[in-house]
Design a protein around this ligand. Structure first.
Ligand code: GNR
Ligand code: NI
Length: 157
């Protein structure tokens, strides 16, 4: 029994679909979070959304710790994430996506966001993010809404 999922790649239509809220964080959702983290670490990536592993519930995982530099893991698991505040200030960062191999582009987003979500224990939690974590959590929530970072790029560029 594998402890990781296969990651789906564009143009799989699941990447354009909207994921549905979980009714509660039960043992099955916890198991999914753990398996998504294993999949993300193996890839490797700093975030992963359920759509990318062919699941359509509103679950995402992230970890920005530099494992390759010996940092201890800092996994973040979210169910039903909602952006409850975003800064007017914007930030541009180069993004990539495990579902869009070998494409990287500058993406402009709110510089800071506050996100409300259910954590791995099923408790309401909040995260205020800036920098790469802010881009990552917005990128993952976009996935849950069927949006890819390339959707923001002008075809004129
Ligand atoms: O590994 C990833 N790196 C990344 C870099 C900048 C902004 C967002 C990301 S998320 C990405 C993994 C991924 O595709 N998550 O959906
Ligand atoms: Ni992605």
């Amino acid at each position: 029994m594998s402890n990781s999922y296969d990651i789906i790649i564009v143009p799989d239509p699941v990447l354009k679909q909207t994921a549905q809220p979980v009714s509660k964080v039960d043992a099955a959702v916890q198991k999914q979070m753990d398996k998504m983290l294993a999949t993300m670490y193996e890839a490797p990536g700093i975030g992963l959304a359920a759509n990318q592993v062919n699941l359509l519930n509103r679950v995402l995982v992230m970890d920005l710790a530099r494992k390759d530099e010996g940092e201890a893991p800092t996994p973040i698991c979210m169910a039903n994430p909602e952006i409850i505040w975003e800064s007017e200030e914007l930030s541009v960062m180069q993004e990539g996506c495990l579902s869009i191999p070998q494409q990287y582009a500058d993406v402009e987003r709110p510089a800071r966001v506050r996100v409300k979500y259910l954590n791995r224990e099923g408790k309401q939690d909040e995260l205020e993010a800036d920098g790469l974590l802010s881009h990552c959590v917005q990128h993952e929530i976009d996935h849950l809404n069927g949006v890819l970072f390339v959707d923001y790029l002008s075809s004129l560029k």
